[in-house]
Design a protein around this ligand. Structure first.
Ligand code: FES
Ligand SMILES: [Fe+2]
Length: 375
């Protein structure tokens, strides 16, 4: 497989920390690189498509989405499980639902010639084929794709053939499990469209070198130089930050309007990025996610969601703090995107407290070189 960027362009990003740089401009601006990433970093890997109760809200049984460059039909099975199939009819390939489409029906009926399938993907009717002796309905079920629910979030491997989700997640599970996210309640979501590449958003998330300049509110409750990074198995990057004395959580006042999550460190916030598209922030009293969908080399949809210990919590204290912080970050990311689009841009070195960015950049650069994401 041909890497999307040449070895000499990637070499500076693969140097040891202290000597390495960010990725070359093409990694953030080229439509060809994004097309390659959609297939090899997204479709070939495990992508988070959302929280299970949000994906199947309002009694939906069928949801069509795109994972990387592949159309996927998510089905809510009768036993409560989640199944994923190629959104491709086994007759002549029509999509079963249009991208973004949903249905509450228990049969999947192709809109072209009405082949129909049940929620396990089995073909149940193909008009006109009853008289065709050679036709075997059992050989024409939908193409099933690997799908799993991890702590309440649905993950799909749209190309098939990825290593198990458990090895993709690796040591991240031990950090996330104490927060018991599937027992938390979704309190709020915000959708943003950021005029920057998905990796610019991810890199920004993984460093607080910028915090003293653009996040005065955050620095009030969390010292920007605190914490340390993890180096555990799995295809993720992340670290911790501490809360200042007297701060209970990340909010404008440092006070929480929620309740502590039992059994987790009350003084620490974890910032974890599971490649390619789910950023998790674990606070003493809430969990926040940023789920990214690349729209173009310079456009990324970001769904931000907040989860609390009960539906009675008013989420405003966390949502307003992070909406302010998010907008500060998006402004910086959009400026970076414009700057690295300049013909005068060249990849700069990483500072001593950008070690998580180095981990991320080397994971991406190795992924380009080797043809996919590995831990
Ligand atoms: S393409 Fe679906 S029924 Fe013909
Ligand atoms: Fe930030």
């Amino acid at each position: 497989m041909t890497p999307p960027l040449s070895a000499d362009l990637l070499e500076p990003a693969l140097l040891p920390f202290g000597e390495s740089t960010m990725l070359p401009a093409e990694a953030y601006t080229s439509p060809d690189v994004l097309a390659w990433e959609r297939r090899h970093f997204f479709a070939a890997s495990w992508v988070c498509v959302g929280r299970v109760e949000a994906v199947f809200a309002d009694g939906r049984r069928q949801v069509a989405t795109t994972v990387g460059d592949i159309g996927v039909l998510l089905l809510s099975e009768d036993d409560g499980g989640v199944a994923a199939f190629a959104n491709t009819c086994r007759h002549r390939g029509h999509e079963l639902l249009p991208e973004g489409g949903t249905s509450v029906k228990r049969a999947v009926v192709c809109p072209y010639h009405a082949w129909s399938y049940d929620l396990s993907g089995a073909l149940i009717a193909a008009p006109g084929f009853r008289e065709v002796a050679s036709f075997d309905p059992g050989a024409h079920g939908l193409v099933r794709l690997p799908a799993e629910v991890w702590h309440g979030w649905v993950f799909v491997n749209a190309l098939g053939g990825a290593a198990p989700l458990s090895s993709h997640i690796g040591g991240l599970d031990g950090l996330v499990a104490p927060y018991a996210p599937s027992s938390l309640v979704l309190g709020a979501t915000h959708d943003y469209v950021v005029a920057a590449n998905w990796k610019v958003v991810t890199e920004n998330y993984h460093e607080c070198y910028h915090c003293p300049l653009i996040h005065p509110e955050l620095c009030q409750v969390s010292p920007p130089t605190s914490g340390s990074n993890f180096d555990l198995p799995g295809v993720w990057v992340g670290g911790s930050m501490d809360l200042r004395d007297g701060a209970e959580t990340m909010s404008f006042s440092g006070r929480s309007d929620g309740a502590p999550i039992a059994g987790v460190d009350p003084r620490t916030v974890l910032y974890l990025g599971l490649l390619p598209n789910l950023l998790l922030s674990l606070h003493p009293d809430y969990v926040m996610t940023h789920r990214m969908v690349p729209l173009a080399p310079d456009r990324t949809q970001v769904e931000c969601a907040w989860y609390f210990t009960s539906a009675d919590v008013d989420p405003a204290y966390a949502v307003e703090f992070w909406d302010t912080t998010n907008r500060q970050d998006w402004g910086a990311c959009e400026s970076v995107q414009r700057g690295l689009s300049s013909p005068h841009f060249s990849p700069g070195p990483l500072a001593p407290n950008e070690d998580a960015v180095h981990q991320l950049v080397t994971t991406i650069a190795r992924g380009y070189r080797d043809g996919g994401l590995t831990g």
